[in-house]
Design a protein around this ligand. Structure first.
Ligand code: RBF
Length: 149
């Protein structure tokens, strides 16, 4: 793992399905600290839903004070096509931020069929995906740094 002791990492988390996104944030924070990111260098913001992650991450990425941003959300399939619209919009929105911006934005969106699948990925059978998002943020911040040297 790269040296993360001076990295500044932002997290934007959706309030929708907060029992899941809260656990993802906790997992990400734990891993960031484990790999040496200092508490004072971590910024956590919330937005109402996953759709708003695009705006939230865009603003954090542009603020000039962060080396990587993690978007955290959980979209659970319902009875309407909303699931597909939100997933598509967030995927494309975050992709665009990565192509057009200077700061890497990690795609930390769980897209699941039910709550059980979300729980399996937030401290259950499949671990906590928040930790993976944090590791990706550190690796991508380092990637960007290497190019600036
Ligand atoms: N936001 C999520 O983060 N996860 C969801 O599962 C989710 N489901 C939604 C279902 C419906 C029918 C609607 C109207 C919104 C949902 N949202 C969800 C909120 C969405 O991301 C956004 O906050 C709102 O559409 C307002 O822009």
């Amino acid at each position: 793992m790269p040296d993360a002791s001076s990295m500044r990492i932002g997290i934007v988390a959706a309030e929708w399905n907060h029992e899941i996104t809260g656990k993802l944030v906790d997992g990400a924070l734990e891993a960031l600290r484990q790999y040496g990111v200092k508490d004072g260098n971590i910024t956590v913001k919330t937005v109402p839903g996953s759709f708003e992650l695009i705006y939230g991450c865009s603003q954090l990425a542009k603020c000039g004070l962060l080396d990587a941003v993690i978007a955290i959300g959980c979209v659970i399939r319902g009875d309407t096509p909303h699931f597909d619209y939100i997933c598509d919009a967030v995927t494309q929105g975050i992709s665009k931020l990565n192509v057009e911006g200077q700061v890497p934005v990690v795609f930390g969106l769980l897209t699941v069929n039910n709550l059980e699948q979300a729980e399996e990925r937030t401290g259950g059978r499949l671990g906590n995906k928040g930790e993976e998002f944090a590791v990706t943020a550190i690796k991508m911040a380092d990637f960007a740094w290497q190019l600036q040297k």
